[in-house]
Design a protein around this ligand. Structure first.
Ligand SMILES: [Fe+2]
Ligand SMILES: [Fe+2]
Length: 166
C-alpha cells in the first residue's frame, strides 16, 4: 500500500515530512521488522493502511495523531531479533520503549502516546486502545505485519526451491 493511493497524499506527506527528516526515524530503515521489510517500511505501511481504513469507513479522525502514532508506533530503535531487554519479551516491552523514545525525542501528545502504547493489544492485555485512532493503528499494524510475514516466508520458500533445483 503506498501513500500515492491516499485521497490526500499531500496532507499525509505534510504530517510526515518533519519526522522523515529526523535521523532517529531514518535509522528505523536499518532494522528488519518482518521478512525483508525494514521497521521504517513497516511503519510507513501502517500509516497508509491506517489512513485507508479511516477514509474507507468515513470516520471523524484526528489525522495528525493517526499519522504520527502510526509512524512512531515501533520507534524502539533496535534489532528485535538480537536485542536482549532485561528478560522481557520484545512483543510485550516494545510499545513502552517506543512510546518513551517518541516522547523524549518529539514531545508527542498524550493521544499519540496512547496510540503507540496500545498498538500491541491484546498481547499487552492492560493497554487497551480506547480512541478511534488507536483502534485503527492496532488493526492496521496486524494487517501489515501479517502481509509482511507471509510475503517473507513466500520469498524464502521460493529461494529454497530455486537452490534445490540447481
Ligand atoms: Fe509493534
Ligand atoms: Fe508494528
Amino acid at each position: 500500500m503506498s501513500l500515492q493511493n491516499m485521497k490526500q497524499p499531500d496532507k499525509v506527506q505534510a504530517h510526515l515530512s518533519a519526522y522523515l527528516s529526523d535521523r532517529a526515524v531514518c535509522s528505523m530503515d536499518e532494522f528488519i521488522q518482518h521478512g525483508t521489510t525494514t521497521t521504517l517500511e513497516h511503519c510507513l505501511s501502517v500509516v497508509s493502511a491506517s489512513c485507508a481504513i479511516a477514509e474507507h469507513l468515513h470516520l471523524r479522525i484526528n489525522y495528525k495523531n493517526l499519522i504520527v502514532g502510526a509512524l512512531l508506533h515501533d520507534f524502539y530503535l533496535y534489532d528485535w531479533h538480537t536485542h536482549q531487554d532485561e528478560g522481557t519479551l520484545h512483543g510485550f516491552a516494545h510499545p513502552r520503549i517506543a512510546c518513551r523514545n517518541a516522547a523524549m525525542r518529539f514531545h508527542i501528545s498524550p493521544e499519540v502516546q496512547h496510540i503507540i502504547r496500545t498498538h500491541m493489544w491484546p498481547l499487552t492485555l492492560r493497554f487497551v486502545p480506547r480512541s478511534r485512532e488507536a483502534i485503527i493503528v492496532c488493526l492496521a499494524d496486524k494487517y501489515c505485519s501479517t502481509l509482511e510475514t507471509v510475503s517473507g516466508f513466500w520469498r524464502h520458500a521460493k529461494t529454497l526451491g530455486r537452490k534445490r533445483r540447481v
